[in-house]
Unconditional design. Structure first.
Length: 216
């Protein structure tokens, strides 16, 4: 693993450097410039609050191509019944804080530190991060957020307070944005997203796609 210089915005080339279990660097800082540069190069921060910043570019990479979205018969019924309604960027901070506070199976805490939340709030302020909200009876019951870089959406985290809320939100987002997105970066595997059509691809293929689509 390579230690980053906090005074220099640079990373090891993730195409040439595999790192350890997907970690290609540590240290540095969470300045907007560094984090944005990282995502443009297929790298993302993921670490426990209070610990050293870790920068990841796993191989293989878990992604969804919008045309591969899978909608089960039961989900089609839920969407047809209009059980939920959906908005974008109406309450970004509420979405990200719900993602931080929602208990996860097998996890004692959260990787979403306050410092990282503030970074994404700034990205949202500049129009670079977006949230998708899922509503039921005028209550926020699910949602997710991420960064849009060119034609790539880098999904960060999602939450759900009622069954199928985040799944319905994700499907609706993909369906509405099929023509403007080449790929959705899901980062690490979850059975939830795999059931919706996400799959593993080689890191080199992912890096080629993201660099083509954000015109680096």
């Amino acid at each position: 693993m390579i230690k980053l210089n906090p005074n220099e915005i640079s990373f090891p080339n993730p195409e040439l450097y595999d790192g350890h279990e997907g970690i290609i660097a540590f240290g540095g800082d969470l300045s907007l410039e560094r984090v944005w540069y990282a995502y443009q190069n297929g790298i993302f921060p993921w670490f426990n609050p209070g610990e050293e910043i870790l920068w990841w570019c796993p191989d293989p990479r878990f992604v969804l191509f919008p045309d591969d979205i899978k909608i089960s018969k039961s989900m089609k019924k839920i969407l047809d019944r209009k059980t939920f309604s959906f908005t974008e960027n109406q309450c970004f901070e509420e979405v990200i804080r719900n993602c931080q506070q929602t208990p996860r199976i097998g996890q004692d805490g959260t990787w979403l530190s306050e410092e990282l939340i503030q970074v994404f709030l700034k990205f949202h302020k500049y129009g670079l991060a977006k949230s998708i909200e899922v509503w039921q009876n005028e209550e926020l019951v699910g949602g997710f957020y991420g960064l849009k870089i060119g034609n790539v959406f880098c999904g960060e985290s999602m939450f759900s307070k009622v069954s199928n809320a985040s799944k319905a939100g994700f499907i609706t987002f993909v369906e509405r944005n099929k023509n403007s997105l080449t790929i959705i970066d899901c980062q690490s595997h979850t059975p939830h997203l795999e059931s919706l059509g996400a799959k593993m691809i080689a890191k080199k293929d992912f890096l080629h796609i993201i660099r083509e689509n954000n015109q680096i």
